[in-house]
Design a protein around this ligand. Structure first.
Ligand code: GLN
Length: 512
């Protein structure tokens, strides 16, 4: 899988989640577009940093080559130098074990920034041969309710624009909220010059995990294989595991309400993998997860209780910067004191540690140096070797790191393994100088780096589920293989829901 993004940032790592949604982290520490998260969840393969390229990273490579003198004094231009670099990014993924590279170009046909990408992909077909490329064009077919009509005009226009760039699509996928009728397909086929079986209706489904089945029913997979002349004669498509997932999604018997206490909650895409991981864990218990997006800044003082009391559990997700942090600390405090299940992810672990330091260890004014550089008790701090970070891009602990778990801890039992690997994306760590004080106050460091220097997991013995991890386990959850920490959280949430409303749950379960 390959995602080409026409924006100029070198990677999405420095982009505000409000602008661009979540930054997805790969095993090898790539900070990538959130679409890579979808790719991993759909194809169940780990991708790498090379699977995502932006205009910024492409120009960076071209300019570095120019500075090194690699172009031997020639004038460096968009065509061929930038387009060559784009093609190289796609080619790079075509390793020995790869049959097909699926490349998505972000943005919209007609954008200024997209032109070099379209040109590169036009050339690509020449380079590798006609039968080795299939151009799939995704368009939106809007439905105009007042006239009850579906409009193909935007499709016609974007196909005309694509053609002016030298690309005639082989397949047109029409995204719409109503199925595309066969007469409309005929119209698209005629006007856009593709066979009718190459016009695919991709109608909105209740869950994105149904989309592969929708496309399969439309014959999309078959047609693409035909264009690429892949021999599929004797191949049976096996979508059974996928069908199982979709069936589970449709057969939920219970529901739980999970609060996500964050600062980017106005744009739920900022927490895309967290939301997916919660849903995946829900599938395991045939439970619908209702996510309540809670603005962290609103969870302070008197307001905390009213914002949180109706939840069955909470997640405190990752984040950067000071805004909302005090609200997250009071949410962690509320969960700890009321026995509400709470899972802290990265910043989430850090605010749990701050709460424990202030309330259990008596460390008045404890904080992370990220939020209060003058705190008397920097329980979360940079490690000595990172003391003089000046660049914001690419200076974090990124990608997969191993942790050793205490087998007798809640975390150890949930994972059922003693050594686990999770993806990271942060600068700050639990300050080793405070670890004993925290442990003395009742916090258990249930997982650490193999050299025992860094705290990776914390929990609170005696609490049903008050667990924090310095990592981002949400990136590794898959629809049919939910992540153990999220599974544990949903299980604890169900127990709490049952305690609170035994009557309601009984009725729901006995009906099924
Ligand atoms: N801001 C914190 C840090 O840099 C947490 C980062 C995160 O939650 N991903 O350590």
């Amino acid at each position: 899988m390959c995602k080409l993004d026409p924006y100029i940032n070198v990677d999405p790592g420095t982009m505000n989640p409000f602008e661009h949604g979540e930054v997805f982290v790969t095993e090898d520490g790539g900070e990538t577009d959130l679409d890579l998260g979808h790719y991993e969840r759909f194809i169940d393969e780990n991708l790498h940093r090379d699977s995502n390229a932006t205009t910024g990273s492409i120009y960076q490579a071209v300019i570095a080559k120019e500075r090194r003198g690699d172009y031997l004094g020639r004038t460096v231009q968009v065509i061929p130098h930038v387009t060559d670099e784009i093609k190289e990014r796609v080619m790079r993924l075509a390793g020995e074990d790869v049959d097909v590279v699926i490349t998505e170009v972000g943005g919209t046909v007609g954008d200024i920034e997209i032109v070099p990408f379209l040109e590169a992909l036009r050339q690509f077909r020449r380079d590798v041969g006609r039968d080795n490329v299939c151009y799939v064009h995704l368009t939106l077919v809007p439905y105009l309710a007042p006239s009850g009509e579906q409009k193909t005009k935007p499709t016609q226009h974007s196909v005309t624009e694509l053609r002016s760039r030298g690309i005639q699509p082989d397949v047109i996928v029409c995204r719409s909220d109503q199925p595309i009728s066969s007469s409309l397909k005929r119209k698209v086929s005629l006007l856009c010059d593709v066979p009718i079986e190459a016009v695919i209706s991709a109608v909105d489904a209740p869950s994105i995990y149904e989309i592969p089945l929708v496309l399969h029913d439309e014959g999309f997979d078959d047609y693409v294989c035909k264009v690429l002349r892949l021999d599929t004669e004797n191949t049976q498509v096996d979508l059974s595991s996928w069908e199982r997932v979709v069936k589970t999604i449709g057969s939920t018997t219970r529901s739980v309400r999970i609060g996500v206490i964050g600062k980017y909650v106005n744009l739920p895409d900022a927490y895309l993998s967290v939301a997916e991981a919660l849903r995946h864990a829900g599938y395991q218990y045939k439970t619908e997860v209702e996510i309540s997006w809670i603005q962290a800044e609103e969870v302070t003082g008197m307001l905390a209780e009213s914002r949180l009391q109706r939840l069955d559990a909470m997640v405190i997700p990752g984040g950067f910067g000071e805004r909302g942090v005090e609200g997250m600390i009071s949410a962690a405090n509320y969960a700890r004191e009321t026995g509400m299940p709470c899972l802290g992810l990265c910043l989430g672990l850090q605010v749990m540690v701050i709460d424990a330091a202030r309330s259990l260890a008596g460390l008045i004014g404890a904080n992370s140096r990220e939020f209060d550089p003058a705190t008397p008790h920097p329980v979360i701090d940079l490690m000595d070797d990172q003391a003089d970070v000046v660049n914001l891009g690419g200076t974090m602990r990124l990608g997969a790191y191993l942790a050793r778990l205490d087998p007798d801890s809640q975390v150890g039992r949930l994972y059922g393994e003693q050594v686990v690997s999770e993806r990271h994306r942060h600068r700050y760590e639990v300050n080793p100088k405070y670890r004993h004080r925290l442990e003395g106050a009742g916090i258990r460091c249930s997982g650490t780096s193999p050299d025992d220097r860094l705290v990776e997991f914390i929990e609170l013995p005696g609490h049903p589920f008050w667990i924090g991890t310095q990592a981002h386990p949400e990136f590794k959850s898959r629809p049919d293989r939910p992540h153990p920490l999220f599974v544990g959280l949903i299980e604890a949430a169900l127990e709490r829901a049952e305690e609170r409303q035994p009557h309601l749950i009984d009725i729901e379960t006995s009906e099924q």
